[in-house]
Design a protein around this ligand. Structure first.
Ligand code: 0A1
Ligand code: ZN
Length: 877
């Protein structure tokens, strides 16, 4: 893994494997400080290989202590194979044979959370993308699909539960209080979908009857103390199973579906066949310890992993350049599901905010890459917002271009034609093209060209001819390794809003909204019989992942905010207005001019608060000023202080101007029903807490409310919001300290709640943030070995506390650099992800720019840098 000059892997160099593995028979003999892994691979030459005399090269990391190697039962001598740092090559291979290896590995010393490792008392695995090679020698690539049988042997008392993929086919006792279970998975799969779990786990069970009448046993395995936090995940799972049958015609295939919760996990969760392994943060939920946002995250991730059973497992990826084949499609599917379960407009707005803030930033930074990358050094660095979120947008655009019926036909064809295969993105697009007859040739550029396209729009109205024209000009900025991009197909969903607020008919059919697939660099659309100059409503529902610019007046924006028939664009008009106002304030702040709050925005907010007929969810979203992170993404040069101050000024001005309405709204929304994580309640709580945030800006008013809310809240959403409000309020620091202490005591045993407590403090914008972080790192609430804790404290501080992280003395950068170097040796993936805030150095003014670069350079100078970190640092410098 440690490599001075990591190799670059290219898509263009893809070759089919020389060998295939029909059967994989594994024995895991788990002991206190080692595990003996015996593997018998039934191999045959791949008839499609170009080289029919090729040697067999199995992947295998340096952590495999090889005890024995046999071919068809005959021990191989040292001359018959060559072992390198990451592979084992056997020459003179027959066309068919069984290769047996026996290795010893040390899961209890594995801090990387890849391969077989321990999370507290539990053994578990993570094999995607290339973790299986740390368990045994294998053809560890997704186009090698095999039928797995796995025998797990361990101490019965400590590890009463032994799980792997598929069905348990045999179990029994061996000597010395040990027992075993044999699992068989009838579906061929790549090694990245293998999983095993051994531990003392409790289980929550349920059943689901599929559309064809099969009863599926559903099990969620957790630590005993977490048994009261599984209901929401179970309900989400059943909803997801039902939804996938209704929406995509996909039925579950095995007799059992298992989820296991583990505390130490690098990501959210993993879709191992029949045995999903989840980060506890992505599965456990209980009103007392979990916020509404976390409830919704659980629902989304449970569904995501379940949906992978078809989009990822039954049909998998040929190679890792195709990652978005399963991830983009599955994110798209889980977003559709969440939209159907809750409010579709709210879900869309949340997703777009996320995309615009983080994916757009990634696409404009040094790690910018296409949805289908053409090269990588470390594949773990490509589980990105671009592959996931932009990939999902691309699938959504195909859906928009084809319409519901054809899209479903296309997915049906894709699943049936490629069931049991490892395929490419091309096969997915090809199926969509075939059923619809739509030519997607140019559309495919979305997979190959990186960067966020920009669409400039200009309008002209001809009163005499009664025509209204919109001229679209698209471009895409240069990105690393890519200049001179070709035009994309950009589906622009649009309408024209008349003076009376009604949508005008756009054509002879009377359509009030159309999807126009832009294909040229410049294009003009002309609408006829338009008797008055309309306000264009462009990119409705955010129909393409682009930056669209049109020079709206504030009156036009206000018109769209109240009248647009598209909920997303009503909200987006408000955001555009907010951006204009904030942009002006930021410029004035930088120039040292006096700040004056825009009257119109305040009035718009006032009318939002006074109209009780509006959906609280929408009001809440419309009252959100763009975050500092989003303002950073939009800025050419990030003036951290000016952005922070300007935004604070706007918040305070709004709060002062609307004090009474805010107070009234706060009181009006006091919840009387019992807590439930349902959309209506979530919206009311969100709005009330947004309002509380504003009220905190006015001396003395908010503090009492927040304190009272903190003490009386019957759910974590309100409790955490009150705590956040107190912590961030300069005038409430006494109470903030008391509340922090009370929270810590109350939730001492609740790891996830304590992580939230860490995160609230990490993002506290009060001065001296770094000192507080360092102090917290010394407490038992923190552990550098646990990824959730690293993310909650270090990650949140560096990515979401800009005013402290970007201190002018560079202390934030030095701190991060030290943490990355420490984590480099412990957990490469977590270390690499932490680098992101530093990669944006080119957008900061001096002295930050130089200081950030220095920090990156110091990381680069370290010996023994893992390739995960090396790749990101090198590309950033
Ligand atoms: N396939 C998973 C994400 C995932 C990727 C890599 C991992 O390794 C640490 C873990 C999980 C998903 O999309 O949910
Ligand atoms: Zn996924």
């Amino acid at each position: 893994m440690k490599d001075a000059t990591p190799q670059t892997i290219y898509l263009k160099n893809y070759r089919v494997p020389d060998f295939l593995i029909d059967n994989t028979d594994l024995v895991f003999d788990l002991h206190k400080d080692y595990c003996r892994v015996t593997s018998a691979l039934t191999l045959r030459r791949n008839p499609d290989s170009q080289n029919q005399t090729a040697a067999l090269t199995l992947n295998g990391g340096s952590g495999l202590d090889l005890q024995r190697i046999e071919r068809d039962g005959q021990a191989l001598s040292q001359e018959q194979y060559v072992r390198t740092e990451d592979a084992l090559t056997i020459s003179q291979m027959p066309d068919n044979c069984v290769i047996t290896t026996e290795v010893l590995i040390k899961p209890h010393l594995n801090t990387t959370m890849m391969g077989l490792y321990k999370s507290r008392t539990l053994y578990c695995t993570q094999c995607e993308a290339e973790g299986f090679r740390n368990i045994t020698f294998y053809l560890d690539r997704p186009d090698v699909m095999s039928e797995f049988t796995s025998k797990l042997i361990a101490d019965r008392q400590q590890y009463p539960v032994l799980l792997s993929n598929g069905n348990a086919i045999e179990q029994g006792t061996v000597d010395d209080g040990r027992h075993y279970v044999v699992w068989h998975d009838p579906f061929k799969k790549p090694a990245y979908l293998f999983a095993l779990v051994a531990g003392d786990l409790s289980v929550v069970e349920d059943t689901f009857t599929t559309q064809s009448g099969r009863d599926i046993r559903l099990q969620i395995f957790v630590e005993q103390k977490d048994l009261n936090k599984c209901d929401h995940a179970m309900l989400s799972l059943k909803n997801a199973m039902d939804w996938d049958e209704q929406t995509y015609g996909r039925e579950y295939d095995l007799d059992r579906f298992m989820i296991v919760a583990v505390d130490d996990f690098n990501m959210g969760a993993m879709e191992n066949k029949g045995l999903n392994i989840f980060n506890t943060s992505a599965v456990l939920a209980n009103p007392q310890t979990t916020t509404d946002a976390a409830f919704q995250r659980v629902e989304g991730i449970v569904a995501h992993e379940y949906f992978h059973n078809w989009s990822g497992n039954r049909v998998t990826c040929r190679d890792w350049f195709q990652l978005s084949l399963k991830e983009g499609f599955t994110v798209y599917r889980d977003a559709q599901f969440s939209a159907d379960m809750n409010s579709s407009v709210v879900k869309r707005i949340e997703d777009v905010v996320y995309l615009r803030t983080y994916q757009f930033a990634e696409d404009a930074g040094p790690m910018s890459h296409p949805v289908q990358p053409d090269s990588y050094m470390e594949i773990n660095n490509f589980y990105t917002l671009t592959v996931y979120e932009k990939g999902a947008e691309v699938v959504g655009m195909i859906h928009a271009l084809l319409g519901d019926k054809k899209f479903r036909q296309g997915s049906d064809l894709y699943f049936s034609r490629h069931d049991g295969q490892a395929v490419t993105i091309e096969e997915f697009v090809g199926a969509m093209e075939e059923v619809s007859g739509t030519d997607l040739q140019q559309f495919r550029r979305w997979y190959k060209q990186s960067g966020t396209p920009v669409v400039e729009v200009q309008s002209t109205y001809n009163a005499e001819a009664k025509t209204y024209s919109l001229t679209f000009t698209q471009s895409c900025p240069n990105t690393p390794g890519q200049s001179h991009k070709k035009p994309f197909i950009i589906p622009i969903k649009l309408g024209l809003v008349g003076a009376d607020g009604q949508d005008l008919p756009l054509n002879s059919k009377g359509d009030q909204s159309i999807v126009h697939p832009l294909s040229q660099a410049t294009e003009t659309l002309v609408f006829e019989n338009i008797s008055e100059p309309p306000v264009p409503s462009l990119l409705r529902g955010f129909s393409a992942p682009v930056k669209l610019n049109y020079a709206y007046t504030s009156d036009q924006l206000a018109h769209l905010m109240t009248h647009d028939s598209d909920g997303f664009n009503r909200w987006d008009a408000g955001q555009t207005l907010c951006f204009c106002v904030l942009q002006q304030l930021i410029e004035n702040q930088i120039a040292g001019r006096e700040l004056v709050m825009d009257k119109q925005l305040t009035e718009v907010f006032a009318s939002l608060l006074s109209d009780h007929s509006l959906d609280p969810a929408m009001v809440n979203l419309m009252l959100q000023l763009p975050s500092e992170a989003q303002l950073h993404e939009r800025a050419d040069i990030i003036h951290v202080q000016a952005i922070h101050r300007a935004r604070q000024f706007a918040r305070k001005s709004i709060a002062q101007a609307l004090q009474e309405q805010l107070l009234h709204t706060y009181q009006r929304l006091t919840e009387t029903e019992d807590y439930a994580p349902v959309s209506q309640q979530i919206a009311r709580r969100a709005l009330r807490n947004t309002v509380l945030g504003y009220l905190m800006q006015i001396d003395n008013i908010g503090v009492d409310l927040a304190w009272q809310q903190f003490n009386s809240a019957n759910n974590m959403t309100d409790k955490a919001a009150a705590l956040t409000a107190l912590v961030n309020c300069p005038a409430a620091q006494d109470k903030a300290q008391q509340a922090l202490q009370a929270f810590e005591q109350q939730y001492a045993e609740e790891t996830l709640a304590i992580n939230l407590w860490l995160q609230i403090q990490a993002t506290n914008a009060q001065p001296d943030g770094l000192q507080r972080i360092k102090a917290l790192m010394e407490t038992s609430a923190f552990s550098i070995n646990n990824p959730n804790k690293v993310r909650s404290l270090i990650g949140a501080f560096c990515a979401s506390n800009p005013i402290n992280f970007h201190e002018l003395d560079g202390s934030g950068y030095q701190f991060l650099q030290q943490q990355i170097i420490q984590l480099n040796d412990l957990n490469p993936q977590v270390a690499a992800r932490l680098v992101t805030p530093l990669t944006r150095w080119k957008k900061l003014p001096e002295p930050n720019r130089r200081l950030m670069r220095d920090a990156l350079q110091q990381i680069a100078n370290q010996d023994g840098l893992v390739k995960d970190v090396r790749e990101i640092v090198t590309k950033s410098l």
